[in-house]
Design a protein around this ligand. Structure first.
Ligand code: AVI
Length: 380
């Protein structure tokens, strides 16, 4: 595999097997703490390696985005600004909440059907994970998948490196090519590899945080990265009882409220703003016409805030729209996938789906499924 000029050599502890993707010309400029792996090379065991590709994502223009969003008739802030260090910690805490079912439900599906998913994706793939974060979910699948290369893609460099390091320690067979970039804007894989089949993993129903038209464009770009026959494993949250949905985004411990309000704390810190956090409250509801959870910050009184030298007025009850989380049914997501150029191959859910194919079972299942994981194949 040729490495592009953009690669920053990070670690080359290369004891690759014949025919592997690894190349030998990487500077060993990273003193690994993984001494155990280093000694593995002398015993002839295969050891993992981490290679780091910094695509130098353009920093988002938070100032312009925030000023623009707060100037529109429906005030809005982009959810991409949730994830500073505190926001990322709060999001991890959300994933552990009893009301927030998506994380544990998706992990249970991956555990239960990992072997079937691996059979679809095939072994020895170049496996790209988009928005890999802590790379927690992929760990459920790695033993079954045994990818030739695991390529986590994330915008947060420190988080990416830490996760790559601990993953390589836990899975010594793994070749990790960590890519620091913003996966929501077009990018190319920083490797030239035409040997291994390509697969991608996009868990967590992050697809739901895109507007549907953007979700379609995003899927098309993922398909183009994968090439013909490439497969995408994608987690998608399902439409369900509104009370279940709304509880997931209005938890009793108010962790989601803290996550939402942290956006204002971040703006105060980074844009020299003076939001009074006691003057805003979090709320989230299911908009059934648009099939999406909407998160808002509601101004509890008439007030002003100064942001980057500009004044903004808020009426009592006025909202700042901070996030959309679209929910799909299986057919609706399949339509979206097809419009993007994928063919749905298989779907796994936490409860059996009533397909109506058995005329003797015309009753709906007791518990409708909460979450789905789809295998899609790129047709172009
Ligand atoms: C990251 N994303 C899939 C989460 C969601 O459910 O839409 C973000 C989130 N917002 C509030 N809780 C979780």
């Amino acid at each position: 595999m040729n490495m592009s000029a953009r690669q920053t050599p990070y670690l080359a502890m290369n004891n690759s097997t014949p025919g592997s993707l690894a190349s030998d010309n990487w500077a060993m400029d990273y003193q690994s703490t993984r001494q155990a792996s280093a000694s593995d090379t002398t015993s002839g065991k295969q050891t993992s390696a981490i290679h780091f590709h910094d695509l130098h994502p353009t920093p988002a223009d938070m100032r312009a985005d925030v000023l623009d969003g707060l100037s529109s008739a429906q005030k809005r802030l982009s959810p991409k600004y949730f994830y500073d260090a505190q926001g990322s910690r709060l999001f991890d805490a959300i994933c552990e909440l009893p009301e927030y079912y998506p994380t544990r439900t998706e992990i249970a599906i991956l555990r239960q059907h990992g072997a079937a998913m691996a059979a679809r994706l095939g072994r020895d793939a170049l496996l790209v994970e988009l928005g890999s974060g802590s790379s927690l979910k992929i760990q459920v699948l790695l033993e079954a998948l045994r990818p030739a290369v695991y390529m986590p893609v994330d915008i947060s460099k420190d988080h990416l490196l830490q996760s790559a390091e601990s993953l390589a320690t836990r899975f010594p067979f793994l070749q990790v090519h960590a890519v620091c970039t913003d996966y929501s804007v077009p990018f190319e894989l920083p490797v030239e590899d035409h040997v291994h089949p390509r697969a991608a993993f996009f868990p967590g129903s992050s697809i739901g945080n895109f507007e549907p038209a953007d979700a379609q464009r995003f899927l098309t770009r993922v398909g183009e990265l994968l090439g013909p026959g490439g497969r995408l494993l994608v987690g998608v949250d399902l439409i369900k009882d509104h009370r279940v949905l709304e509880a997931a985004y209005n938890d009793a411990d108010e962790v989601t409220a803290a996550f939402n309000l942290n956006l204002l704390t971040r703006i105060n810190r980074e844009l020299d703003a003076d939001f009074d956090l006691t003057g805003f409250r979090h709320t989230a509801w299911f908009n059934s016409d648009l099939s999406r959870i909407e998160m808002h910050l509601i101004s509890t009184r008439e007030q002003q805030a100064r942001i980057a030298g500009r004044d903004f007025a808020f009426r009592e009850g006025e909202s700042i729209h901070t996030e959309c989380s679209y929910k799909y049914d299986i057919d609706g997501f399949h339509r979206l996938a097809r419009q993007a150029g994928f063919e749905p191959e298989q779907v796994w859910t936490d409860q059996p789906i009533d397909t109506g194919s058995n005329p003797r079972s015309n009753t709906a299942p007791d518990q409708p499924p909460l979450f789905s994981v789809h295998c899609l194949v790129w047709r172009g």
